[in-house]
Design a protein around this ligand. Structure first.
Ligand code: ZN
Length: 752
């Protein structure tokens, strides 16, 4: 191979110098993507590669996700920790790989017997990938992502020296990722940052732990008043993997315990708690120990891996003989419970037995799992007429689609199974019932709200999936740059009121939590009152409203005011009382965020005035309003472009504003629009996912005067335009021009 590629010490110095220059550019840039785009050519030159892809690990412990691709392709790819793909294998094993010929199956199999190269992506794009270097991005021991280079530019193959250089580049990226992810420097460092223990105490505990053995540090920490939950958070922050405690209702997947001894797993301090040979959820005390992970992988032989960090003592509990007994005992209690019901009511024995039959349990489990994977909000189980099949449909991105059919013989037992799960009365089939239950899907808790409704053909069930979601970063909400900057400005205020408005299901909660995510720093105390709590974030104090015990929004805010808050989130300003207390709080040194069910930003102001709120206080406190809608986005795989006719074009120019259209540099004869087609990716609908349309009003002094004067909606709206408010229609048109949504979806969303 080419000798000039061998790096001498001199070359290495040069290389490191170039790398420092690159790092400084990335560090200074506004966003990672922007910085990387700027230095992409320099990095590729350093390795002599044609293209690169950078993946970041997601803190869900399931996948890595592409954050940069040389091809310019914006669509994110997610890759599971797996033995079957190159980047998945690097993520799983943390080993660097050089592949000289991607089409050489034997070369791949020497790395791992399951390893395959999927050429469909590269073939579809017309860029043929020949060879590759793939290295883990790590900071210390902690895995943060994968860096991949494809095709050596001079037509030759990548060398060991290239791989070494790639590792140096990965180290540089790790520094940047580390700050982005706000991850910590050691497993207990978060506790120091939160002031739960001192730096000295942490060092002592860490030494103690390595010197002694076992889980003794938990004891020391709990003596210091540190809860298990705090320790869990600290481990999550460091390993960037979700934390899980012991649960006695988990039934261990027997398939793995046939061949693997518990003593072996006890020794390795890990336990498979769910899954099969395709995908397994593993609890492990140290997710950064990749030698151990590779060894476990060899023993368990599953294709994909989902990781959770757990305390050693909890892992041992799962592996104890007691756990086995407990799980059988639980099965016995369930059995008894059902027997009891049997005696009380008239219900066919067959129906009950089949509710517990493995096939039906699997059917229900699989439906929930699939719905969760698709990101569905609801599952609808509907009876068929007489001999006709029952149907199972799921609602994804706001519209329903069929998932499966149920033979009429099985229908009742599936309904019974769901009722048993959610502790509903299985014998009651004439009245509607409500219930809820928690299930485990891919190692995470999923809460389900169940409603049964009797219909003329039998019982119908709707299950709502309340996955405890994670907050999105603000810059992932697809806000137009102008609007995003205005929100950043509002966030700088220490007191005042900021409102998000829109109809039900317009993504208000997502937006508010993204704002809180931005505001959430250790120096701020944040209280939230929500109904229901849909998204949880570490660092927030979140309270669930419960009207039955008189825990209303207004009572919650009163309690918060005594609890030294900096920022308060009020789920909704439903009435004048809540609004007035919220406004009061915002005037006494707190930033208050809330939502309203109104159609536009100016209407939010007049609605509150009509509610009969304290006009003077409101005038003083309101900082701004963000109105929004959710619109289906076109499937990027199959959308097709077309030239709009004059009528459509003129309408779009009209709603965008003729002046703005010209100022923003658009030319009518250059504009291409897109429409849905339908492919396998999007279930033939032509749409995939949703995006927000936004309208942001910032209160100017002129507008303040108008609010004080209780001006009409029309006058307030006109002033908002003068102040530079971009309307929902304008923002939507901008997204039509960008090819993200289609014209008809825009019109129907905004005319709601
Ligand atoms: Zn499609």
């Amino acid at each position: 191979m080419s000798t000039e590629k061998k790096s001498t010490t001199n070359n290495l110095d040069k290389f490191k110098k170039a790398l420092t220059a690159i790092y400084n550019i990335i560090k200074k840039s506004n966003s990672f993507q922007e910085g990387i785009s700027e230095v992409e050519k320099d990095i590729l030159n350093l390795i002599k590669a044609e293209r690169m892809t950078i993946y970041q690990s997601l803190s869900n412990g399931i996948e890595i996700q592409s954050v940069f691709k040389s091809s310019g392709e914006k669509k994110e790819i997610r890759v599971p920790y797996s033995t079957t793909s190159v980047s998945g294998w690097v993520a799983l094993s943390n080993k660097s790989v050089i592949i000289k010929d991607l089409d050489d199956h034997q070369e791949l199999q020497r790395i791992h017997p399951d390893l395959k190269y999927d050429s469909s992506f590269s073939k579809a794009s017309g860029f043929i990938e020949k060879n590759m270097i793939c290295v883990p991005i790590k900071e210390g021991k902690v895995f943060l992502g994968v860096l991949q280079f494809t095709n050596c530019t001079d037509g030759s193959e990548f060398t060991i020296d290239d791989a070494k250089n790639a590792i140096l580049i990965a180290q540089m990226l790790a520094q940047k990722f580390r700050t982005d992810l706000q991850s910590t420097q050691s497993p207990l460092h978060y506790l120091v940052k939160q002031g739960k223990i001192t730096q000295d105490e942490m060092l002592k505990i860490e030494q103690y732990d390595t010197a002694q053995t076992g889980n003794s540090y938990i004891k020391i920490l709990s003596e210091k008043g540190v809860s298990k939950k705090d320790i869990g958070k600290s481990l999550e922050q460091y390993y960037q993997v979700p934390f899980m405690t012991y649960r006695n209702d988990v039934l261990l997947p027997e398939i793995f315990f046939k061949d693997v001894k518990r003593s072996y797993l006890r020794n390795k301090k890990c336990v498979p708690i769910q899954g099969d040979k395709q995908e397994v959820v593993i609890l492990i005390d140290d997710p950064s120990d990749h030698d151990k992970i590779v060894e476990i992988q060899n023993i368990l032989q599953s294709k994909s891996y989902i990781f959770r960090v757990a305390l050693e003592e909890d892992i041992m509990k799962y592996l104890s003989d007691e756990h086995k007994i407990k799980s059988t005992e639980k099965a016995r209690i369930t059995e008894e419970l059902i027997n009891e019901k049997k005696q009380n009511v008239e219900f066919s024995l067959d129906g009950l037995k089949s509710a517990q039959s493995t096939a039906n349990i699997h059917m229900v489990d699989n439906v929930i799992k699939e719905a969760h994977r698709l990101g569905a909000s609801d599952i609808h189980i509907e009876p068929g007429e007489d001999e006709i099949l029952g149907t199972i449909r799921v609602r994804v991105d706001g519209s329903c689609r069929q998932l499966a059919t149920v033979p009429s013989d099985n229908y009742d037992s599936i309904i019974a199974r769901i009722k048993v799960m959610s502790k509903l009365d299985i014998s009651e089939r004439r009245k509607p019932q409500d219930g809820k239950c928690k299930v485990m899907v891919r190692g995470s808790d999923l809460e389900l709200r169940i409603a049964t409704v009797p219909t003329v053909h039998g019982e119908s069930i709707v299950m709502r999936l309340l996955s405890s979601g994670e907050a999105l970063p603000l810059d992932k909400l697809n806000l137009a740059p102008k609007i995003l900057n205005k929100i950043y400005e509002v966030c700088k205020h220490h007191h005042g009121l900021f409102l998000v408005s829109g109809p039900t299901g317009s993504g208000k909660t997502t937006t508010l939590h993204a704002i809180l995510n931005h505001l959430n720093t250790p120096d701020k105390k944040i209280w939230t009152a929500e109904d229901p709590v849909e998204i949880t974030q570490p660092g927030l104090q979140q309270l669930q409203i419960n009207n039955k015990i008189d825990l209303t929004f207004s009572n919650a805010i009163r309690a918060f005011m005594r609890a030294d808050p900096d920022i308060i989130l009020i789920g909704e300003m439903r009435d004048a009382e809540t609004a007035n207390i919220g406004i009061e709080a915002s005037l006494t040194g707190h930033l208050v965020l809330s939502t309203l069910h109104t159609n536009s930003a100016p209407e939010t102001i007049t609605r509150l005035l009509n509610l009969g709120i304290e006009r003077v206080n409101f005038t003083d406190s309101l900082l701004g309003v963000l109105a929004q809608r959710l619109v289906r986005t076109l499937c990027s795989e199959c959308k097709s472009s077309y030239r709009p006719d004059d009528k459509e074009m003129n309408h779009l120019i009209e709603i965008y504003g003729k002046e703005d259209f010209e100022n923003d540099g658009y030319q009518a004869d250059q504009i291409k629009l897109y429409k849905p087609t339908g492919c396998e990716e999007c279930g033939l609908t032509g749409y995939k996912g949703r995006t927000g349309l936004h309208e942001m009003l910032v209160v100017s002094s002129e507008l303040q005067q108008l609010i004080y004067d209780e001006a009409s909606l029309q006058v307030i709206t006109q002033q908002a335009y003068k102040d530079g408010m971009r309307t929902l229609l304008q923002d939507g048109t901008y997204k039509v021009f960008k090819g993200e949504i289609d014209y008809s979806s825009l019109i129907s969303a905004v005319s709601e």
